[in-house]
Write a protein that binds this ligand. Sequence first.
Ligand code: SF4
Ligand code: F3S
Length: 106
Amino acid sequence: TFVVGENCIKCKYTDCVEVCPVDCFYEGPNFLVIHPDECIDCALCEPECPANAIFSEDEVPEDQQEFIELNAQLAEVWDNITEKKDAPGDADEWNGVEGKLQHLEK
Ligand code: SF4
Ligand code: F3S
């Protein structure tokens, strides 16, 4: 499965959802997740993310391992998203900022 990592938080560009053939992205207030049971590992979303926030499960950085479980948990409670929408106005300012997990809204 593929996993959305920390740099999506407060960036949420949503380019990823447009290319997913099985529509397995789920949306929270300032972050998106992938449903691990629905993702077919096609890898199409990974290069679409302007924040480079999407990883194959076996390539998730060491310091972001908790995002694997976070994607699985939040995909069960958040709503499906299949169409791109405007990113937050300050998305570019947050792109690359470290330690964004503390800003995750659930
Ligand atoms: Fe969707 Fe493919 Fe990305 Fe999985 S790897 S979330 S199936 S686009
Ligand atoms: Fe997030 Fe990148 Fe998609 S910032 S919403 S994973 S395009």
